[in-house]
Design a protein around this ligand. Structure first.
Ligand code: THU
Length: 128
């Protein structure tokens, strides 16, 4: 996972922030999907590394996340942004591990449930 996320991070398109991010997702099948951030001159159109990895997973026909790893060159291990937490929660039960890393080798592990407690989900839209 770490090797895959580091490799894809090299492909990040981050000319505006200069902040390259790589993400790796292990899906239900065991296969690993990766993504990097892709920024745009129209700033709000940029996409996060995690979103790219999720798109690759879903495009390949998988909808179950078993583990997530994210890495960037940050002083402390990089955490998924709020939007990415919601995107991960769409496909991951609360106990799914999220491993956060930086290029210095610092690593922290948590779960998507800890990062996004009481996530808004499909169940909330079902009639009571
Ligand atoms: N970024 C990600 O790719 N994932 C995150 O979880 C945090 C932020 C990207 C978005 C933007 O291209 C750059 O990092 C700076 O915010």
């Amino acid at each position: 996972m770490l090797k895959a996320a580091k490799a894809i991070r090299e492909n990040a398109h981050a000319p505006y922030s200069g902040f390259k991010v790589g993400a790796a997702i292990r899906a239900g099948s065991g296969k690993i999907y990766t993504g990097c951030n892709v920024e745009n001159a129209a700033y709000p159109l940029g996409t996060c590394a995690e979103g790219g990895a999720i798109s690759a997973m879903v495009a390949a026909g998988e909808t179950e996340i078993a583990e997530v790893l994210v890495i960037a060159d940050a002083p402390s291990p990089v955490t998924p942004c709020g939007g990415c937490r919601q995107k991960i929660a769409e496909f991951a039960p609360p106990n799914v591990p999220v491993i956060m890393c930086n290029m210095a080798g610092d690593t922290e592990e948590t779960t998507i449930g800890a990062l996004l407690p009481r996530a808004f989900a499909k169940a909330h839209m079902e009639a009571g």
